[in-house]
Design a protein around this ligand. Structure first.
Ligand code: PXG
Length: 449
């Protein structure tokens, strides 16, 4: 294949055709590619040698920053020592070590970890565990799953069924049956420019009572929500909302699943959103920050009673209790990366750092309020979103142009969803870099005005 060398000293193929890129406008990307060669700490290096400030932790995942020595070394060592070991009927020690570390990290009795390779797999796993749990208890009629409008739970059939982003669902047929959705919680009219949790909207959790009245609790297995909706453009929950959802689910014996693929591992300044909000879910889905994005991995945390019910139901110790798992569940490289990532978070106090920086991040972000076309700003922890009004008749184009200009002209990586710019810097970000992010984003917003 023909290649040419660019400033970052990396070979770039001349033919970009064969890679069918995920969640990307392939045609436009290939006309004007945004190619990355390297990454270190808070920066990517583009193939032309430019340093790009990472305001998104990659895709909300590189919470420890890039090229962190401890993680890099752990993965290098692991690949030489044990490249693969099966987790079906065999195992390797680091899998157990990691599960114990996670059991200690997540609150309450969320003390068993089921390993996956992505957030999507974590979501499917949690939904299946919820169904199996009720069935084992003799409540096999509890099969209905409840998600939320505008929710993102990955791209498996389970995840898009309980998810609520129309474009992710509308192409793919009938999806899972027996799924309902709670209303989303964004109310710009009442809550625009809220700092942190919005005042209005806790009562939206009561919509669950209507679904219970419609179907009867005896038919409902689980409710799954992102404690802070991420992908859709950072919707922090209204004050009291999650507590209400927990109270209603508990009252009716419905499991509550927090999808913490984004909020887990320090994004809110705690190990989990469950801990941050002091609300105890029954299952937690995670991925991304678990390995700081270095090796794909996810984990579902299950409360003791859920694990014990399913595993304990099988009287014969030689019989498999749950017919579920992936070839790469607890992959040695992923376990090594995760252990070193958790060490890095701990040794550098990165969760505490995120908590300390959150007020600074909030004020810096809200300083963009007077930038042109900005209609809302939302923040929590080290997550932030700036929502812009769309170009007339062309929804999504203003943010798309912003993302392209950000990369090519302002040397910064931002995420977009609809006409919202979303940001989630690595937790190693400095105050000076937060200022730099906001200065660049202001420039970008002005450039698309
Ligand atoms: N649940 C949540 C809450 C997520 O945010 C997934 C599940 C799926 O994870 P995987 O690893 O299967 O991709 C996610 C992923 C964006 C963006 O730009 C968000 C995600 C992935 C890619 C882009 O907002 N979230």
């Amino acid at each position: 294949m023909l290649t040419h060398e660019l400033a970052a000293n990396v070979a770039v193929p001349n033919d970009l055709e064969a890679f069918w890129m995920p969640f990307t406008s392939n045609k436009h990307f290939k006309q004007e590619p945004r190619l990355i060669a390297r990454a270190k700490d808070m920066h990517f290096t583009a193939v032309d040698g430019r340093q790009i400030l990472d305001a998104t932790a990659g895709l909300w995942c590189c919470n420890a920053g890039h090229g962190r020595p401890k993680i890099v070394e752990a993965v290098q060592r692991q690949v030489a020592d044990l490249d693969f070991a099966p987790s079906f009927q065999f195992a390797h020690p680091k899998a157990f070590e990691l599960a114990s570390r996670l059991a200690a990290l997540f609150p309450g009795d969320l003390d068993h970890a089921f390993f996956t390779n992505s957030g999507s797999e974590s979501v499917d796993t949690a939904l299946k565990i919820a169904l199996a749990y009720h069935r084992v208890r003799g409540e096999g009629t509890r099969t209905r799953l409840i998600g939320r409008e505008r929710g993102y739970h990955g791209v498996g059939f389970g995840g898009i069924s309980v998810g609520g982003m129309v474009k992710n669902r509308m192409w793919f047929g009938s999806l899972l049956t027996g799924v309902d959705h709670l209303p989303h919680t964004l109310d710009i009219q009442k809550n625009a420019f809220s700092k942190g949790l919005p005042e209005h909207g806790a009562e939206l959790a009561d919509e669950l009572e209507k679904l219970v009245a419609l179907h009867d609790a005896s038919n409902i297995a689980a409710v799954i929500v992102e404690p802070v909706a991420g992908s859709i453009g950072v919707y922090p929950p209204p004050k009291g909302y999650l507590e209400r959802l927990r109270a209603i689910t508990e009252k009716h014996g419905i499991l509550l699943i927090f999808d913490e693929v984004i909020t887990g591992y320090g994004r809110l300044g705690k190990g989990s959103a469950a801990e941050y909000f002091g609300v105890q879910p029954d299952l937690v889905t995670t991925a991304k920050g678990l390995t700081s994005g270095v090796v794909p991995m996810g984990a579902v945390m299950a409360r003791k009673h859920i694990h014990d019910t399913i595993v304990g139901a099988q009287a014969d110790p030689k019989v498999i209790e749950l017919f579920h798992g992936y070839t790469y569940s607890a992959h040695p490289l992923a376990c090594a990366a995760a252990l070193a990532t958790l060490d890095t978070y701990q040794e550098e106090g990165l969760f505490e750092r995120a908590a300390e920086l959150a007020p600074y991040w909030q004020e810096a972000l809200h300083s963009l309020r007077d930038a042109p076309n900005v209609i809302d700003i939302r923040n929590i922890g080290l997550m932030g979103a700036v929502e812009m009004s769309p170009y007339p008749g062309k929804p999504g184009h203003r943010a798309y142009d912003a993302m392209c200009k950000a990369f090519h002209d302002f040397d910064i990586m931002i995420r977009i969803t609809g006409d919202t710019i979303a940001m989630s810097p690595p937790l190693i970000v400095t105050k000076a870099q937060i200022d730099e992010i906001m200065e660049k984003v202001r420039g970008v917003i002005e450039a698309v005005a």
